[in-house]
Design a protein around this ligand. Structure first.
Ligand code: 5RP
Length: 231
């Protein structure tokens, strides 16, 4: 089975957790897109949901499928969010932000009752940071000074570019990719990064995921808080 098929398998399993009347968070990235497309088909078939997208890209896709969208305001509690990840460890902690949507993704995840992460088997790691840098969204103002402070935390850091242009997030900020290597205490690092002035948010998602659905060559696997616990 190829990687896109594994992603689709996981995403379409996750969509089965969505029930009529729910408020649903829509993630960002190629795996989350499979979930949005499936939800779109279900809405066409009569499912009633209201959705909150985590990026302009997901908003556009949801709009194409006529999924009703609402704002995340102070009256809203999100029932379930389906999102992808770049790395997942055995404690269900994550690195996210490969698509640059980490800030909105983390806000939506925080306000969600059940966060379901959908990935293919290549995303499962022993230690976060082994293969994927931690994306950090920073203000444009003084970004180079912020980058220097991030390096002082013990990483190599690179401003994210796309086709030689600086990548700009939906919030109008930059992203600095911070390679810490394997991270021994992700919960400490998440707080340390966010304590730096100029940092808007970082891609370490700690204790937010409730369920991880993994598409693998052998089929579907799930990891949840009960079975993995913390070690
Ligand atoms: C976007 C994300 C994505 O969920 C993450 O990068 C995984 O993407 P994909 O499903 O395309 O592998 O965090 O900001």
């Amino acid at each position: 089975m190829e990687q896109p098929e594994m992603k689709k398998l996981a995403a379409e399993r996750a969509v089965q957790f969505v029930e009529d009347g729910m408020i649903v968070g829509l993630g960002t990235g190629s795996t989350a897109e499979f979930a949005i497309r499936k939800l779109g088909a279900m809405v066409k078939g009569g499912l009633h949901i209201q959705a909150i997208p985590t990026s302009q890209k997901s908003k556009k896709l949801a709009g194409e499928f006529e999924i009703p969208l609402i704002e995340l305001d102070d009256t809203v509690e999100i029932d379930v969010t389906i999102d992808g990840a770049d790395e997942v460890d055995s404690n269900l902690n994550l690195i996210k932000g490969g698509g640059g949507a980490l800030t909105r993704e983390k806000i939506v995840a925080y306000h969600t009752k059940k966060l379901i992460i959908v990935v293919d088997e290549t995303k499962i790691v022993k230690r976060l940071g082994a293969d994927f840098p931690v994306p950090v969204e920073v203000t444009k103002f003084a970004w180079a000074a912020t980058k220097k402070t991030l390096i002082d935390l013990g990483c190599t850091a690179e401003l994210r570019t796309i086709m030689d242009e600086k990548f700009i997030t939906d919030n109008g900020n930059y992203i600095i990719n911070c390679d810490f290597g394997p991270i021994s205490q992700p919960e400490v690092l998440e707080k340390d990064i966010n304590a730096i002035p100029g940092v808007v948010e970082n891609g370490l998602f700690i204790n937010l995921a409730d369920l991880v659905i993994v598409g693998s060559r052998q089929g579907l696997m799930t990891l949840d808080q009960q079975i993995t616990g913390s070690d």
